[in-house]
Design a protein around this ligand. Structure first.
Ligand code: SAM
Length: 204
């Protein structure tokens, strides 16, 4: 990743406010009942920690990875305010030595990856999950470029059903849902949005 990309995120996270809010992402919150009651969760590109902290509140032992130290300081602050702890790894996902053995991987809005970078990261995600582990992904669809209420402006970084099926089509009980929904996640994601959600379990 370029240093401009890193600086852009560091400056976005520099203020006191939580850019994407402190409430968990709606997909994640809706999956509370299918989360395992204990085990290890990896929250990728977890930013200021709203999702990692939620997973910890659900009883999971959480590793929250992001390349922004400013965001991770806020993630620890949020965890403390909620009475839980999370572990953080400060790393560029493209360079990271991904650990394995996770019961859950949550990838909520990490569409900074180009089509060339994405297959490697999607493979890393698959490998990080235990057999039977739960994968949760939410991202924007190309139609989001009409709404412009969050997310990257490069259409090739956005997800289609076919793209997610190609990567994770063999997952058990796979659900891929395309929907246009109102999002209120801080100032970063606000308004009607073209979303795509994936829920599935890595084959045993
Ligand atoms: C749209 S934000 C989403 C944050 C969080 N998942 C959430 O939903 O609140 C994208 C996140 O990706 C992180 N990020 C961007 N490029 C990255 C990279 N190469 N490696 C690790 N994290 C990165 C940013 O710091 C930011 O926290």
């Amino acid at each position: 990743m370029t240093s401009e990309h890193f600086k852009m995120w560091e400056s976005r996270f520099a203020g006191e406010d939580y850019v994407f809010g402190t409430a968990p992402n709606a997909l994640l919150a809706s999956c509370r009942d299918v989360l395992p009651k204990q085990g290890r969760a990896l929250a990728i590109a977890d930013g200021e920690g709203r999702n990692g902290v939620f997973l910890a509140e659900c009883g999971l032992s959480v590793l929250s990875v992001d390349f922004s130290p400013a965001a991770q300081a806020k993630a620890h602050k949020l965890a403390a305010a909620r009475g839980v702890t999370i572990e953080t790894a400060t790393a560029d996902l493209m360079q990271w030595q991904w650990p394995g053995g996770f019961d859950v991987v949550a990838g909520i809005f990490f569409q900074f990856l180009t089509p060339e970078q994405r297959p490697r990261i999607f493979k890393n995600i698959r490998d990080a999950l235990k057999p039977g582990g739960l994968l949760l992904i939410e991202g924007y669809r190309p139609k989001q470029l009409v709404y412009k209420t969050g997310g990257p402006s490069q259409v090739e970084n956005l997800y289609t059903r076919e793209l997610l099926e190609e990567a994770f089509g063999d997952f058990d009980n796979l659900s891929i849902r395309e929907h246009d929904s109102e999002v209120a996640e801080g100032v970063g994601h606000a308004g009607i949005s073209a979303l795509i959600d994936l829920i599935g379990w890595k084959p045993k």
